[in-house]
Ligand binder design. Structure first.
Ligand code: NAP
Length: 325
């Protein structure tokens, strides 16, 4: 019997509950996982908020698309991207559905070896933000010698994008609230506060201009400043303002209608992200951890739009979860 988070209707976090549900045996090409931690992402509350529709037939909705845990059982031919998946393997599950649970049956092709240095919460929060950031950098062609402006750098995706862009040799200008500036400096970025006057502040930091911009927040300011400063519109991407993207002729990335989902590039990024995290070259910053039963509080926190780093749900007692940074 597993514990599973469901949204029983459309609305706010109050519609979430944790129910007991039997976990089926894995079939061919599948594995069952004892989930240690699940990653929380803004899309997880958007799906039951009604932002993507209110189909009553879809209820109750299971939530979450990334988790980390231990394989407890496999079906035949359980082959993952890194090879055969076996009972006892410590894995990251991404992309899966219904990750907010104490047990999960997932396709083996969604299971990657957990990088040993990461705690369970860090492992659970690595992939969605990391693969999104990877896609943003690929779509805007960021490489050594570029100056790239990253809006919303203090968030889950932003911290990944900053680290990956800095590792590529680019000069990274990162917008965030002042409390995040020191951490962003440690990641190799030049931090700058968002708000009125942003374009002027950025131009003072990079008088030679900005080659590419990545919007991870979706504000008009982020889009307007990007369009004003980057000469080549094909080198501006947003993951959070698809309507502005089509108006301005910049790239929209993700699952909104008309956006580039980048399925292949995101899938392919997973092993690279695991390797970088395993080598200590990519940090997953944990903003907060909540027990599964407090999932509504976890969502209230991420709904503020000002959490800094990843939020994790802990599905097994803390002494089995490991430390987080
Ligand atoms: N299209 C896709 O494929 C895709 C994938 C993942 C996420 N997303 C979307 O992308 C957005 C970011 O995701 P996330 O997981 O990184 O969210 P997150 O962890 O909640 O981070 C959001 C960050 O935005 C910053 N922020 C808030 N207002 C800002 C402003 N006016 N200017 C600049 N930064 C601001 C906040 O930092 P401060 O504390 O510094 O304010 C916060 O850290 C969400 O809307 C999410 O749904 C889209």
């Amino acid at each position: 019997m597993g514990r599973v988070v469901v949204a029983t209707e459309y609305g706010g976090p109050e519609v979430l509950s944790v129910i007991d549900e039997p976990t089926r045996d894995p079939g061919p090409g599948e594995a069952r996982i004892e989930v240690k931690a699940a990653g929380v992402n803004p899309v997880d509350y958007k799906v039951y908020s009604g932002a993507f529709g209110r189909d009553p037939a879809a209820l109750p909705l299971r939530l979450g698309s990334e988790a980390a845990g231990v394989v407890t059982q496999t079906g035949p031919d359980a082959l993952g991207p890194a090879g055969p998946v076996r009972a006892g393997d410590e894995v990251i599950a991404y992309r899966v559905s219904g990750a907010y649970a104490s047990e999960l049956v997932a396709p083996a092709h969604s299971l990657l070896p957990k990088p040993a240095p990461l705690s369970w919460p860090q492992a659970a929060g690595l992939m969605l933000a990391g693969a999104t950031a990877w896609h943003c950098l690929a779509a805007t062609g960021v490489s050594s010698g570029d100056a790239v402006l990253i809006h919303g750098a203090g968030g889950g995706v932003g911290m990944m994008a900053v680290q990956l862009a800095a590792a590529s040799g680019a000069t990274v200008i990162a917008t965030a609230s002042p409390a995040r500036h020191e951490l962003l400096r440690q990641f190799g970025a030049i931090p700058v506060s968002y708000g009125p006057g942003l374009a002027d502040r950025v131009m003072k930091l990079t008088p030679a201009g900005v080659d590419a911009a990545i919007d991870l927040v979706g504000t008009d300011e982020a889009v307007d400043v990007s369009v004003a400063l980057v000469p080549d519109l094909a080198r501006i991407a947003t993951i959070a303002a698809p309507q502005r993207a089509s108006q301005e002729g910049i790239k929209a990335l993700g699952n909104s209608p008309g956006s580039d989902p980048g399925t292949e590039v995101r899938q392919a990024a997973r092993l690279n992200l695991a390797r970088l995290a395993g080598d200590g070259k990519l940090r997953v910053v944990i903003a907060a951890m909540y027990p599964l039963a407090q999932v509504a509080d976890a969502h209230r926190a991420i709904m503020t739009g000002h959490t800094n780093g990843k939020i994790a749900l802990i599905t097994h007692p803390p002494d089995t979860v490991g430390a987080a940074s």
